[in-house]
Design a protein around this ligand. Structure first.
Ligand code: FMN
Length: 208
């Protein structure tokens, strides 16, 4: 099939999110200017550069006039932390996606333990295997939704990285032990439970 995206696709559900899979989940913690803590998952999330290390997440908005808390806090305070979602944290991650009032702390809502960050104020998800401490760089405003709600990409610089020692094997991240959870389309998810290696034709593996 083919459809122009400004026309009906004729399928029971919009397949777009299933066409870009799997997507990593940035489980993003922030604080507002008064120190109120916030946590939410974002799967329009990725690394965008490793030198310097940078990440992005794309946010819809809460409604026609208000942004989501994560991007509002990142812009207001200049800091955010991305925790990796491991298999054992999938349910609590989902709980933190509830669209609740800005003053609600989703760590408390979902019964998630916090760990202090080293370089930024927002706390980390204590049980997560990997955390990226970030400073806010820039917001790219995108075309709004068909309902007139805002869309934006927030880019941050990763200034500190935590990897739990138990997930390092011979100096390499043991991804199969972590079993990171990733987003598919619809209400579906996957997790990393296999991997394979391919050498690049012109790149020294030791340099990558
Ligand atoms: C796995 C998962 C991925 C999500 N990814 C996004 C996303 O990329 N962008 C977005 O705007 N909302 C996304 N959401 C919805 C937000 O998590 C939800 O709107 C949340 O309430 C936002 O919280 P905040 O206002 O505290 O930032 C996702 C939800 C789940 C469960």
């Amino acid at each position: 099939m083919f459809w122009k995206t400004d026309q009906p696709h004729g399928l029971p559900r919009n397949p777009f999110k299933s066409c870009i899979i799997p997507r990593p989940i940035g489980w993003i913690s922030t604080q507002d200017k008064n120190g109120g803590v916030n946590l939410a998952p974002y799967s329009y999330f990725n690394g965008v550069s490793d030198d310097p290390p940078m990440v992005m997440f794309a946010s819809g908005s809460r409604d026609a006039t208000n942004p989501k808390d994560t991007i509002a806090n990142a812009e207001a305070t200049g800091e955010f932390v991305c925790s990796m979602v491991s298999w054992d944290m999938r349910d609590v991650m989902n709980t933190t996606s509830a669209e609740v009032a800005p003053e609600i702390d989703e760590f408390k809502l979902a019964g998630i333990e916090t760990a202090p960050s080293q370089l930024v104020k927002p706390p980390r998800v204590a049980g997560a295997p990997i955390h990226l401490e970030c400073t806010y760089l820039q917001t790219f405003t995108l075309p709004p939704t068909s309902k007139g709600h805002g869309n934006a990409i927030c880019v941050g610089r990763v200034i500190g990285i935590h990897i739990k020692d138990e997930f390092l094997k011979d100096g390499f991240i043991d991804v199969l032990k972590i079993r990171p959870v990733a987003r598919l389309g619809y209400m579906d998810y996957t997790s990393v439970d296999g991997q394979f290696t391919m050498l690049r034709p012109t790149v020294d593996a030791a340099a990558d």
